[in-house]
Design a protein around this ligand. Structure first.
Ligand SMILES: [Zn+2]
Length: 288
């Protein structure tokens, strides 16, 4: 299994950090977890094409986790024109509606798609790629998932688990994928409560993970309230107690990813968590 960080940023636009996206290569499958703005550019930087992707899992429908999905769908459709099976999309409730409102017959891209499936020049381009007389409209293969859903592919199994984020407005999932005895876990965006400590459901997600990619955007220093952890201590406590081998922090905005702050946060993490600790950056990759 190979993991590549395609986007380690936030909703705040950044030239250094695309919004959330992680690529897992397992067996012959190319699996994306989230695909936020900028992530498609990163995918191309890895040498992959839209048509290489086999599965997309969305953790939740905040735009910084799905903003480049329409681009991915469109590029794949345009490149193969319906001649090959499309990647499958899995996401929480609302995913089907979102895709229908983009790519459906009355969707946002209706004029573009009508032109591309009707104009003689577009048809000729499609036929030059091996297509027939009629150019099909893009279909999106959406399956809505929830806590406890498992999906298997070529030598891997993924389990989706609910995480606490912006409910009840958005259902939110974290993911754990196992392949050839190795485990990759991705929390997605999660509440970090210093009073409560790590959310219990995250222990099942992270347990004995070879790599845990964990959300860490907020931080706090100099907390003197007894028994209350800082946000970074919540993350480190989970990684320690779940026996995570490598902790990769992600979803870093400009406030935390700043000289002087970054180093203090890493020092706080390292005080509790003694495994391998990585401050995530776009295009880092890990072989398991
Ligand atoms: Zn979010």
């Amino acid at each position: 299994m190979k993991i590549t960080l395609l986007g380690t940023g936030t909703p705040i636009p950044s030239l250094n950090r695309s919004s959330s996206s992680y690529m897992v290569e397992a067996g012959s499958d190319v699996i994306l977890f989230d695909h936020g703005p900028g992530a498609f550019q990163r995918l191309m930087q890895t040498g992959k094409k839209a048509q290489d992707v086999t599965h997309v899992f969305l953790s939740h429908l905040h735009f910084d986790h799905c903003g480049d999905l329409p681009r991915l769908v469109h590029h794949q459709w345009d490149a193969v024109g319906g001649l090959k099976p499309r990647f499958k999309i899995y996401g929480p409730p609302g995913t089907q509606e979102m895709m229908d409102r983009l790519f459906g017959p009355q969707g946002a891209y209706q004029r573009d798609l009508t032109a591309r499936t009707t104009h003689p020049v577009s048809i000729r381009i499609y036929q030059s790629r091996g297509g027939g007389k009629q150019r099909p409209w893009p279909e999106t293969q959406v399956t809505e998932i929830a806590n406890g859903t498992t999906v298997s592919g070529n030598g891997w199994t993924m389990a989706a688990m609910e995480v606490i984020h912006h409910q009840p407005y958005l259902d939110s999932l974290g993911f754990r994928i196992e392949s050839e005895g190795k485990v990759f876990a991705y929390t997605s965006d999660v509440k970090l409560s210093g009073k409560q400590g790590p959310v219990r459901s995250l222990y099942a997600l992270a347990k004995d993970a070879d790599i845990l990619v964990h959300y860490l955007n907020g931080f706090d220093f100099d907390n003197t309230e007894p028994g209350v952890l800082s946000k970074q201590q919540v993350v480190a406590t989970l990684a320690r107690d779940a026996n995570v081998k490598t902790l990769v922090t992600t979803h870093h905005g400009p406030a935390i990813d700043r000289d002087g702050v970054r180093e203090r946060v890493i020092a706080d993490l390292a005080e509790i968590y003694k495994g391998r600790l990585i401050w995530g950056q776009d295009l880092m990759s890990f072989e398991l």
